[in-house]
Design a protein around this ligand. Sequence first.
Ligand SMILES: Cc1cc2nc3c(=O)[nH]c(=O)nc-3n(C[C@H](O)[C@H](O)[C@H](O)COP(=O)(O)OP(=O)(O)OC[C@H]3O[C@@H](n4cnc5c(N)ncnc54)[C@H](O)[C@@H]3O)c2cc1C
Length: 473
Amino acid sequence: VAEETPRSSFGKATPAVVEALRAACGPAHVITSAEERRPYGKDETEDLWFDPEVVVRPRTTAEVSAVMRVATEHRVPVTPRAGGTGLSGGALPVRGGIVLSIDRMNAILEIDRENLVAVVEPGVVTQKLQEACEAVGLYYPPDPASRGSCTLGGNVAENAGGPHAAKYGVTKDFVLGLEAVLPDGGVVRPGGKLLKNRTGYSLAQLLVGSEGTLAIVTKIWLKLIPLPRVRRCMLVPFPSLESAAAGVSRIYRAGLYPSALEFMERNAIRFASEHLRIPVPGGDAEALLLLEFDGNREDAVEADLERAGEVCLEAGGIDCLLPDGPTKQEDLWKVRRAIGEAVKKTSVYKEEDTVVPRAALPALVRGVKEICGKAGISVVCYGHAGDGNLHCNVLRMDMDEKAWNERLPGVVEEIFRLTVSLGGMISGEHGIGWSQRRYLPLALPPEEIAAMRAIKRAFDPLGILNPDKMLPE
Ligand SMILES: Cc1cc2nc3c(=O)[nH]c(=O)nc-3n(C[C@H](O)[C@H](O)[C@H](O)COP(=O)(O)OP(=O)(O)OC[C@H]3O[C@@H](n4cnc5c(N)ncnc54)[C@H](O)[C@@H]3O)c2cc1C
Protein backbone atom coordinates (compact mmCIF):
# COMPACT_ATOMS: atom_id res chain seq x y z
CA VAL A 1 0.00 0.00 0.00
CA ALA A 2 1.32 3.41 -0.92
CA GLU A 3 1.72 6.02 1.83
CA GLU A 4 -1.72 7.30 0.96
CA THR A 5 -4.27 5.14 -0.83
CA PRO A 6 -5.04 6.87 -4.15
CA ARG A 7 -8.64 8.01 -4.50
CA SER A 8 -9.15 5.90 -7.62
CA SER A 9 -8.22 2.66 -5.85
CA PHE A 10 -11.29 2.73 -3.57
CA GLY A 11 -14.53 1.05 -4.62
CA LYS A 12 -17.91 2.77 -4.56
CA ALA A 13 -21.04 1.87 -2.62
CA THR A 14 -22.59 0.26 -5.70
CA PRO A 15 -26.09 -1.32 -5.62
CA ALA A 16 -24.38 -4.69 -5.01
CA VAL A 17 -22.56 -3.26 -1.96
CA VAL A 18 -25.77 -1.70 -0.60
CA GLU A 19 -27.58 -5.03 -1.06
CA ALA A 20 -24.81 -6.84 0.83
CA LEU A 21 -25.00 -4.27 3.65
CA ARG A 22 -28.77 -4.76 3.85
CA ALA A 23 -28.22 -8.49 4.15
CA ALA A 24 -25.65 -7.83 6.91
CA CYS A 25 -27.63 -5.38 9.09
CA GLY A 26 -31.23 -5.58 7.96
CA PRO A 27 -32.73 -3.21 5.35
CA ALA A 28 -34.13 -0.80 7.99
CA HIS A 29 -30.62 -0.03 9.20
CA VAL A 30 -29.04 0.93 5.88
CA ILE A 31 -29.59 4.58 4.95
CA THR A 32 -29.27 5.64 1.33
CA SER A 33 -31.50 8.70 0.89
CA ALA A 34 -29.58 11.98 0.53
CA GLU A 35 -31.67 13.72 3.20
CA GLU A 36 -31.20 11.02 5.83
CA ARG A 37 -27.48 10.68 5.05
CA ARG A 38 -26.90 14.38 5.55
CA PRO A 39 -26.41 14.50 9.35
CA TYR A 40 -23.78 11.74 9.09
CA GLY A 41 -21.58 13.96 6.93
CA LYS A 42 -20.60 16.35 9.74
CA ASP A 43 -19.38 16.42 13.32
CA GLU A 44 -18.63 19.41 15.59
CA THR A 45 -15.45 20.38 13.71
CA GLU A 46 -15.91 23.86 12.29
CA ASP A 47 -18.46 23.77 9.45
CA LEU A 48 -17.02 20.83 7.52
CA TRP A 49 -19.33 18.42 5.69
CA PHE A 50 -18.71 15.41 3.41
CA ASP A 51 -21.42 13.28 1.85
CA PRO A 52 -21.30 9.58 2.73
CA GLU A 53 -22.53 7.24 -0.02
CA VAL A 54 -24.35 5.01 2.46
CA VAL A 55 -24.83 4.80 6.26
CA VAL A 56 -25.12 1.52 8.20
CA ARG A 57 -26.27 1.15 11.80
CA PRO A 58 -25.29 -2.35 12.98
CA ARG A 59 -26.57 -3.67 16.32
CA THR A 60 -24.07 -6.46 17.07
CA THR A 61 -20.41 -7.28 16.76
CA ALA A 62 -21.28 -9.95 14.19
CA GLU A 63 -23.04 -7.28 12.08
CA VAL A 64 -20.05 -4.92 12.31
CA SER A 65 -17.85 -7.80 11.24
CA ALA A 66 -20.13 -8.57 8.28
CA VAL A 67 -20.06 -4.89 7.20
CA MET A 68 -16.26 -4.90 7.28
CA ARG A 69 -16.12 -8.08 5.21
CA VAL A 70 -18.31 -6.40 2.56
CA ALA A 71 -16.13 -3.28 2.65
CA THR A 72 -12.95 -5.35 2.30
CA GLU A 73 -14.33 -7.38 -0.58
CA HIS A 74 -15.33 -4.24 -2.51
CA ARG A 75 -12.54 -1.99 -1.12
CA VAL A 76 -15.05 0.62 0.02
CA PRO A 77 -13.81 3.09 2.68
CA VAL A 78 -15.51 2.93 6.09
CA THR A 79 -15.72 5.80 8.56
CA PRO A 80 -16.72 4.80 12.11
CA ARG A 81 -19.02 7.26 13.81
CA ALA A 82 -20.39 7.57 17.33
CA GLY A 83 -21.87 10.73 18.93
CA GLY A 84 -20.50 13.03 16.21
CA THR A 85 -19.12 15.53 18.78
CA GLY A 86 -15.51 15.21 17.61
CA LEU A 87 -13.48 18.40 17.15
CA SER A 88 -10.81 17.18 14.72
CA GLY A 89 -13.04 15.75 12.00
CA GLY A 90 -12.32 12.08 12.77
CA ALA A 91 -15.88 10.98 11.95
CA LEU A 92 -16.09 12.89 8.66
CA PRO A 93 -16.47 10.56 5.62
CA VAL A 94 -13.86 12.47 3.64
CA ARG A 95 -13.67 9.70 0.99
CA GLY A 96 -17.42 9.09 0.80
CA GLY A 97 -18.01 5.34 1.14
CA ILE A 98 -19.73 3.84 4.18
CA VAL A 99 -20.38 5.61 7.48
CA LEU A 100 -20.64 2.93 10.17
CA SER A 101 -22.63 4.42 13.03
CA ILE A 102 -22.46 2.56 16.35
CA ASP A 103 -25.40 4.47 17.84
CA ARG A 104 -27.59 1.34 18.15
CA MET A 105 -24.88 -0.49 20.16
CA ASN A 106 -25.78 1.44 23.28
CA ALA A 107 -26.33 -0.98 26.16
CA ILE A 108 -24.66 -0.88 29.57
CA LEU A 109 -24.05 -4.63 29.79
CA GLU A 110 -22.86 -4.86 33.38
CA ILE A 111 -21.77 -2.82 36.38
CA ASP A 112 -19.76 -5.36 38.36
CA ARG A 113 -19.71 -4.04 41.94
CA GLU A 114 -17.34 -6.73 43.21
CA ASN A 115 -14.62 -6.13 40.66
CA LEU A 116 -15.41 -2.41 40.10
CA VAL A 117 -15.68 -2.87 36.35
CA ALA A 118 -18.29 -1.67 33.85
CA VAL A 119 -18.84 -3.55 30.61
CA VAL A 120 -20.48 -1.40 27.93
CA GLU A 121 -21.25 -1.20 24.26
CA PRO A 122 -19.50 1.69 22.48
CA GLY A 123 -22.63 3.75 21.78
CA VAL A 124 -23.42 4.39 25.47
CA VAL A 125 -23.50 8.14 26.13
CA THR A 126 -20.77 8.94 28.65
CA GLN A 127 -23.04 10.74 31.12
CA LYS A 128 -25.46 7.77 31.14
CA LEU A 129 -22.72 5.46 32.40
CA GLN A 130 -21.63 8.07 34.96
CA GLU A 131 -25.18 8.37 36.30
CA ALA A 132 -25.66 4.59 36.41
CA CYS A 133 -22.40 4.26 38.35
CA GLU A 134 -23.26 7.07 40.77
CA ALA A 135 -26.60 5.40 41.52
CA VAL A 136 -24.68 2.49 43.06
CA GLY A 137 -21.96 4.57 44.75
CA LEU A 138 -19.34 4.16 42.01
CA TYR A 139 -17.51 6.65 39.84
CA TYR A 140 -16.30 6.74 36.21
CA PRO A 141 -14.27 9.99 36.15
CA PRO A 142 -13.42 10.78 32.46
CA ASP A 143 -15.90 13.55 31.72
CA PRO A 144 -15.45 15.44 28.45
CA ALA A 145 -17.41 18.69 28.53
CA SER A 146 -19.57 17.02 25.83
CA ARG A 147 -20.44 14.09 28.12
CA GLY A 148 -24.20 14.54 27.57
CA SER A 149 -23.87 13.68 23.86
CA CYS A 150 -20.52 11.96 23.23
CA THR A 151 -20.16 8.19 23.66
CA LEU A 152 -17.74 5.86 25.37
CA GLY A 153 -16.72 4.42 21.98
CA GLY A 154 -15.86 7.91 20.74
CA ASN A 155 -14.04 8.61 24.03
CA VAL A 156 -11.95 5.45 23.61
CA ALA A 157 -11.17 6.30 19.99
CA GLU A 158 -10.06 9.83 20.98
CA ASN A 159 -8.61 8.96 24.40
CA ALA A 160 -10.84 11.74 25.69
CA GLY A 161 -10.03 13.80 28.73
CA GLY A 162 -12.10 16.30 30.65
CA PRO A 163 -11.93 18.48 33.76
CA HIS A 164 -11.48 15.56 36.18
CA ALA A 165 -8.50 14.18 34.27
CA ALA A 166 -6.50 16.61 36.43
CA LYS A 167 -6.73 14.12 39.32
CA TYR A 168 -7.97 10.87 37.82
CA GLY A 169 -6.47 10.67 34.34
CA VAL A 170 -7.91 10.31 30.84
CA THR A 171 -9.90 7.50 29.17
CA LYS A 172 -6.84 5.25 28.66
CA ASP A 173 -6.35 5.11 32.42
CA PHE A 174 -9.75 3.41 32.75
CA VAL A 175 -9.77 1.04 29.77
CA LEU A 176 -9.10 -2.52 30.95
CA GLY A 177 -10.18 -4.34 27.82
CA LEU A 178 -11.77 -3.97 24.42
CA GLU A 179 -13.54 -6.02 21.82
CA ALA A 180 -12.83 -4.70 18.33
CA VAL A 181 -13.49 -5.62 14.72
CA LEU A 182 -10.49 -5.42 12.39
CA PRO A 183 -10.76 -4.02 8.85
CA ASP A 184 -10.97 -7.56 7.39
CA GLY A 185 -13.87 -8.45 9.73
CA GLY A 186 -11.78 -10.43 12.27
CA VAL A 187 -12.56 -9.86 15.96
CA VAL A 188 -10.00 -9.30 18.76
CA ARG A 189 -10.70 -9.13 22.53
CA PRO A 190 -7.58 -7.88 24.33
CA GLY A 191 -7.86 -7.46 28.11
CA GLY A 192 -11.06 -7.74 30.14
CA LYS A 193 -11.78 -7.52 33.85
CA LEU A 194 -8.10 -7.85 34.75
CA LEU A 195 -6.54 -4.91 36.58
CA LYS A 196 -3.10 -6.10 35.47
CA ASN A 197 -2.18 -7.90 32.28
CA ARG A 198 1.34 -8.25 30.90
CA THR A 199 0.58 -10.88 28.29
CA GLY A 200 1.88 -9.83 24.88
CA TYR A 201 1.63 -6.34 23.38
CA SER A 202 -0.99 -4.09 25.00
CA LEU A 203 -3.35 -4.17 22.03
CA ALA A 204 -6.21 -2.56 23.93
CA GLN A 205 -4.02 0.44 24.80
CA LEU A 206 -2.83 0.70 21.20
CA LEU A 207 -6.43 0.97 20.04
CA VAL A 208 -7.22 3.68 22.61
CA GLY A 209 -6.67 7.00 20.85
CA SER A 210 -6.31 5.38 17.41
CA GLU A 211 -9.22 7.52 16.13
CA GLY A 212 -11.02 4.68 14.36
CA THR A 213 -8.11 4.10 11.98
CA LEU A 214 -7.10 0.59 13.17
CA ALA A 215 -10.27 -1.21 14.28
CA ILE A 216 -13.89 -0.64 15.28
CA VAL A 217 -14.51 -0.90 19.02
CA THR A 218 -17.60 -2.99 19.81
CA LYS A 219 -17.32 -3.59 23.57
CA ILE A 220 -15.41 -1.88 26.39
CA TRP A 221 -14.33 -2.97 29.89
CA LEU A 222 -13.84 0.10 32.10
CA LYS A 223 -12.33 0.45 35.55
CA LEU A 224 -14.55 2.13 38.16
CA ILE A 225 -13.65 3.63 41.53
CA PRO A 226 -15.69 4.44 44.65
CA LEU A 227 -17.64 7.69 44.36
CA PRO A 228 -16.10 10.46 46.48
CA ARG A 229 -18.75 11.67 48.95
CA VAL A 230 -17.74 15.34 49.11
CA ARG A 231 -17.04 17.75 46.25
CA ARG A 232 -16.38 21.50 46.66
CA CYS A 233 -15.63 24.21 44.10
CA MET A 234 -14.03 27.62 44.25
CA LEU A 235 -13.77 30.34 41.62
CA VAL A 236 -10.75 32.65 41.71
CA PRO A 237 -10.64 35.78 39.50
CA PHE A 238 -7.18 37.04 38.50
CA PRO A 239 -6.14 40.45 37.12
CA SER A 240 -4.22 38.98 34.18
CA LEU A 241 -4.10 35.84 32.06
CA GLU A 242 -0.52 35.18 33.02
CA SER A 243 -1.08 35.48 36.76
CA ALA A 244 -3.94 32.98 36.54
CA ALA A 245 -1.82 30.60 34.46
CA ALA A 246 1.09 30.97 36.88
CA GLY A 247 -1.26 30.25 39.80
CA VAL A 248 -1.82 26.75 38.42
CA SER A 249 1.63 25.32 39.11
CA ARG A 250 1.79 27.16 42.47
CA ILE A 251 -1.22 25.15 43.58
CA TYR A 252 0.60 21.87 42.89
CA ARG A 253 3.85 23.18 44.39
CA ALA A 254 1.90 23.79 47.60
CA GLY A 255 1.20 20.05 47.82
CA LEU A 256 -2.43 20.31 46.72
CA TYR A 257 -4.05 17.95 44.21
CA PRO A 258 -7.37 19.35 42.94
CA SER A 259 -9.94 17.03 41.34
CA ALA A 260 -10.37 19.71 38.64
CA LEU A 261 -8.49 22.90 37.78
CA GLU A 262 -9.86 24.86 34.86
CA PHE A 263 -8.59 28.09 33.26
CA MET A 264 -11.01 30.47 31.56
CA GLU A 265 -10.29 33.88 30.15
CA ARG A 266 -12.88 36.62 30.50
CA ASN A 267 -14.44 36.32 27.06
CA ALA A 268 -14.80 32.55 27.36
CA ILE A 269 -16.84 32.94 30.55
CA ARG A 270 -18.76 35.89 29.14
CA PHE A 271 -19.82 34.02 25.97
CA ALA A 272 -20.96 30.98 27.98
CA SER A 273 -22.69 32.89 30.77
CA GLU A 274 -24.60 35.01 28.22
CA HIS A 275 -25.43 31.92 26.17
CA LEU A 276 -26.92 30.11 29.19
CA ARG A 277 -28.14 33.27 30.97
CA ILE A 278 -26.39 32.13 34.13
CA PRO A 279 -24.47 35.00 35.74
CA VAL A 280 -20.96 34.18 36.92
CA PRO A 281 -19.38 36.20 39.76
CA GLY A 282 -15.94 37.62 39.05
CA GLY A 283 -16.63 37.55 35.32
CA ASP A 284 -15.07 41.01 34.86
CA ALA A 285 -11.59 39.81 35.79
CA GLU A 286 -9.13 39.03 32.95
CA ALA A 287 -9.11 35.32 33.78
CA LEU A 288 -10.55 32.88 36.29
CA LEU A 289 -9.48 29.57 37.75
CA LEU A 290 -12.19 27.08 38.66
CA LEU A 291 -10.90 24.66 41.30
CA GLU A 292 -12.56 21.59 42.70
CA PHE A 293 -11.49 19.28 45.50
CA ASP A 294 -13.14 15.97 46.33
CA GLY A 295 -12.80 13.25 48.95
CA ASN A 296 -14.71 11.40 51.62
CA ARG A 297 -14.26 13.75 54.57
CA GLU A 298 -15.86 17.17 54.61
CA ASP A 299 -13.19 18.68 56.90
CA ALA A 300 -10.31 17.44 54.73
CA VAL A 301 -11.87 18.79 51.52
CA GLU A 302 -12.63 22.15 53.22
CA ALA A 303 -9.04 22.36 54.48
CA ASP A 304 -7.66 21.78 50.94
CA LEU A 305 -10.00 24.42 49.57
CA GLU A 306 -8.93 26.94 52.20
CA ARG A 307 -5.23 26.30 51.58
CA ALA A 308 -5.79 26.56 47.78
CA GLY A 309 -7.51 29.91 48.37
CA GLU A 310 -4.46 31.21 50.29
CA VAL A 311 -2.11 30.04 47.53
CA CYS A 312 -4.24 31.70 44.84
CA LEU A 313 -4.33 35.00 46.74
CA GLU A 314 -0.52 34.85 47.15
CA ALA A 315 -0.32 34.27 43.38
CA GLY A 316 -2.27 37.48 42.72
CA GLY A 317 -5.86 36.19 42.83
CA ILE A 318 -8.37 38.95 43.50
CA ASP A 319 -10.86 36.98 45.59
CA CYS A 320 -11.95 33.43 46.44
CA LEU A 321 -15.59 32.91 45.53
CA LEU A 322 -17.34 29.91 47.03
CA PRO A 323 -20.60 28.90 45.37
CA ASP A 324 -23.13 28.11 48.09
CA GLY A 325 -24.45 24.59 47.74
CA PRO A 326 -24.53 21.96 45.01
CA THR A 327 -26.93 23.91 42.78
CA LYS A 328 -24.59 26.88 42.38
CA GLN A 329 -21.65 24.49 41.92
CA GLU A 330 -23.55 22.75 39.16
CA ASP A 331 -24.31 26.17 37.56
CA LEU A 332 -20.58 26.90 37.42
CA TRP A 333 -19.92 23.56 35.76
CA LYS A 334 -22.77 24.15 33.30
CA VAL A 335 -21.16 27.43 32.26
CA ARG A 336 -17.74 25.82 31.97
CA ARG A 337 -19.10 22.97 29.84
CA ALA A 338 -20.97 25.39 27.56
CA ILE A 339 -17.90 27.44 26.56
CA GLY A 340 -17.18 25.42 23.40
CA GLU A 341 -20.74 25.68 22.16
CA ALA A 342 -20.96 29.38 23.09
CA VAL A 343 -17.75 30.20 21.20
CA LYS A 344 -19.13 28.38 18.16
CA LYS A 345 -22.30 30.50 18.31
CA THR A 346 -20.26 33.72 18.59
CA SER A 347 -18.09 33.45 15.50
CA VAL A 348 -16.53 31.27 12.84
CA TYR A 349 -13.53 29.81 14.64
CA LYS A 350 -10.64 27.36 14.54
CA GLU A 351 -9.85 25.54 17.74
CA GLU A 352 -6.33 24.51 18.68
CA ASP A 353 -6.04 21.94 21.47
CA THR A 354 -2.52 22.71 22.72
CA VAL A 355 -0.90 20.92 25.66
CA VAL A 356 2.32 21.85 27.44
CA PRO A 357 4.01 20.91 30.69
CA ARG A 358 1.91 22.67 33.34
CA ALA A 359 4.63 25.15 34.31
CA ALA A 360 4.85 26.38 30.70
CA LEU A 361 1.22 27.56 30.65
CA PRO A 362 1.99 31.26 31.31
CA ALA A 363 4.48 31.32 28.40
CA LEU A 364 1.94 29.59 26.15
CA VAL A 365 -0.90 31.97 27.01
CA ARG A 366 1.36 35.02 26.53
CA GLY A 367 2.75 33.67 23.23
CA VAL A 368 -0.66 32.79 21.78
CA LYS A 369 -1.97 36.28 22.53
CA GLU A 370 1.12 37.85 20.92
CA ILE A 371 0.87 35.70 17.78
CA CYS A 372 -2.82 36.49 17.30
CA GLY A 373 -2.37 40.17 18.23
CA LYS A 374 0.33 40.56 15.56
CA ALA A 375 -1.98 39.01 12.95
CA GLY A 376 -4.92 41.18 14.05
CA ILE A 377 -6.99 38.08 14.89
CA SER A 378 -9.02 37.51 18.07
CA VAL A 379 -8.40 34.47 20.21
CA VAL A 380 -10.11 33.18 23.32
CA CYS A 381 -8.35 30.66 25.58
CA TYR A 382 -9.68 28.24 28.16
CA GLY A 383 -9.02 24.67 29.15
CA HIS A 384 -7.97 21.98 31.53
CA ALA A 385 -5.11 23.91 33.14
CA GLY A 386 -4.40 21.16 35.66
CA ASP A 387 -3.27 19.05 32.69
CA GLY A 388 -1.48 21.93 30.92
CA ASN A 389 -4.16 21.64 28.22
CA LEU A 390 -5.18 24.99 26.70
CA HIS A 391 -7.88 25.30 24.04
CA CYS A 392 -7.06 28.32 21.87
CA ASN A 393 -10.09 29.34 19.83
CA VAL A 394 -9.01 31.64 17.02
CA LEU A 395 -12.07 33.72 16.07
CA ARG A 396 -12.92 35.31 12.74
CA MET A 397 -15.44 37.77 14.28
CA ASP A 398 -16.05 40.51 11.65
CA MET A 399 -12.84 39.92 9.67
CA ASP A 400 -13.55 39.47 5.94
CA GLU A 401 -13.28 35.93 4.64
CA LYS A 402 -10.32 36.57 2.36
CA ALA A 403 -8.15 38.04 5.13
CA TRP A 404 -9.21 35.20 7.48
CA ASN A 405 -8.28 32.51 4.95
CA GLU A 406 -4.95 34.19 4.25
CA ARG A 407 -3.90 34.74 7.85
CA LEU A 408 -5.31 31.70 9.66
CA PRO A 409 -2.87 28.97 8.45
CA GLY A 410 0.16 31.04 9.46
CA VAL A 411 -1.34 31.79 12.87
CA VAL A 412 -2.15 28.12 13.54
CA GLU A 413 1.33 27.06 12.50
CA GLU A 414 2.96 29.68 14.75
CA ILE A 415 0.83 28.59 17.71
CA PHE A 416 1.84 24.97 17.15
CA ARG A 417 5.53 25.84 16.72
CA LEU A 418 5.40 27.79 19.99
CA THR A 419 3.65 24.87 21.73
CA VAL A 420 6.28 22.38 20.57
CA SER A 421 9.12 24.76 21.52
CA LEU A 422 7.70 24.77 25.07
CA GLY A 423 7.90 20.96 25.21
CA GLY A 424 4.24 20.55 24.25
CA MET A 425 2.13 18.78 21.64
CA ILE A 426 -0.48 19.91 19.13
CA SER A 427 -3.38 17.95 20.64
CA GLY A 428 -4.05 17.16 24.27
CA GLU A 429 -7.40 15.42 23.84
CA HIS A 430 -9.28 16.29 20.63
CA GLY A 431 -7.04 14.21 18.37
CA ILE A 432 -5.52 14.84 14.96
CA GLY A 433 -8.28 13.47 12.73
CA TRP A 434 -8.79 15.27 9.44
CA SER A 435 -8.35 18.90 10.43
CA GLN A 436 -4.92 18.73 12.12
CA ARG A 437 -3.16 15.98 10.16
CA ARG A 438 -1.10 18.33 8.05
CA TYR A 439 0.45 19.77 11.22
CA LEU A 440 1.60 16.40 12.60
CA PRO A 441 5.14 16.75 11.18
CA LEU A 442 5.56 19.92 13.25
CA ALA A 443 5.19 17.81 16.39
CA LEU A 444 6.55 14.35 15.57
CA PRO A 445 9.85 13.30 13.97
CA PRO A 446 9.76 11.32 10.67
CA GLU A 447 10.80 8.09 12.45
CA GLU A 448 7.71 8.22 14.69
CA ILE A 449 5.39 8.96 11.80
CA ALA A 450 6.95 6.07 9.85
CA ALA A 451 6.37 3.71 12.80
CA MET A 452 2.74 4.85 12.94
CA ARG A 453 2.31 4.24 9.21
CA ALA A 454 3.70 0.71 9.66
CA ILE A 455 1.16 0.04 12.45
CA LYS A 456 -1.64 1.34 10.22
CA ARG A 457 -0.52 -0.96 7.37
CA ALA A 458 -0.33 -3.98 9.70
CA PHE A 459 -3.94 -3.50 10.82
CA ASP A 460 -5.39 -2.16 7.59
CA PRO A 461 -3.35 -3.24 4.54
CA LEU A 462 -6.02 -1.98 2.10
CA GLY A 463 -6.26 1.39 3.86
CA ILE A 464 -10.08 1.26 3.93
CA LEU A 465 -10.67 2.11 7.60
CA ASN A 466 -11.08 5.85 8.19
CA PRO A 467 -8.71 6.88 5.37
CA ASP A 468 -6.99 10.27 5.34
CA LYS A 469 -7.13 10.60 9.12
CA MET A 470 -4.39 11.28 11.63
CA LEU A 471 -1.35 10.52 9.45
CA PRO A 472 -0.28 13.31 7.08
CA GLU A 473 -0.46 12.98 3.30
C1 LIG B 1 -18.91 21.20 23.38
C2 LIG B 1 -17.82 20.15 23.29
C3 LIG B 1 -17.00 19.93 24.38
C4 LIG B 1 -16.00 18.96 24.33
N1 LIG B 1 -15.21 18.76 25.42
C5 LIG B 1 -14.27 17.80 25.40
C6 LIG B 1 -13.47 17.55 26.56
O1 LIG B 1 -13.63 18.17 27.61
N2 LIG B 1 -12.53 16.59 26.46
C7 LIG B 1 -12.35 15.85 25.32
O2 LIG B 1 -11.49 14.97 25.30
N3 LIG B 1 -13.08 16.09 24.21
C8 LIG B 1 -14.04 17.02 24.22
N4 LIG B 1 -14.82 17.24 23.10
C9 LIG B 1 -14.55 16.48 21.88
C10 LIG B 1 -15.42 15.20 21.69
O3 LIG B 1 -16.61 15.27 22.44
C11 LIG B 1 -14.62 13.97 22.08
O4 LIG B 1 -13.55 13.79 21.16
C12 LIG B 1 -15.42 12.67 22.13
O5 LIG B 1 -14.59 11.65 22.64
C13 LIG B 1 -15.98 12.24 20.78
O6 LIG B 1 -16.93 11.21 21.01
P1 LIG B 1 -18.10 10.92 19.97
O7 LIG B 1 -18.89 9.80 20.53
O8 LIG B 1 -18.85 12.15 19.67
O9 LIG B 1 -17.27 10.43 18.71
P2 LIG B 1 -17.31 10.88 17.17
O10 LIG B 1 -17.12 12.34 17.04
O11 LIG B 1 -18.49 10.30 16.50
O12 LIG B 1 -16.02 10.13 16.64
C14 LIG B 1 -14.75 10.49 17.10
C15 LIG B 1 -13.69 9.54 16.50
O13 LIG B 1 -13.89 8.25 17.01
C16 LIG B 1 -14.02 7.30 15.96
N5 LIG B 1 -14.96 6.30 16.46
C17 LIG B 1 -16.22 6.50 16.90
N6 LIG B 1 -16.75 5.35 17.33
C18 LIG B 1 -15.79 4.40 17.18
C19 LIG B 1 -15.72 3.01 17.46
N7 LIG B 1 -16.75 2.34 17.99
N8 LIG B 1 -14.58 2.35 17.17
C20 LIG B 1 -13.52 3.00 16.63
N9 LIG B 1 -13.54 4.32 16.34
C21 LIG B 1 -14.65 5.00 16.62
C22 LIG B 1 -14.50 8.12 14.78
O14 LIG B 1 -14.14 7.51 13.55
C23 LIG B 1 -13.76 9.42 14.99
O15 LIG B 1 -12.45 9.31 14.50
C24 LIG B 1 -15.81 18.21 23.13
C25 LIG B 1 -16.66 18.43 22.04
C26 LIG B 1 -17.64 19.38 22.11
C27 LIG B 1 -18.55 19.60 20.92
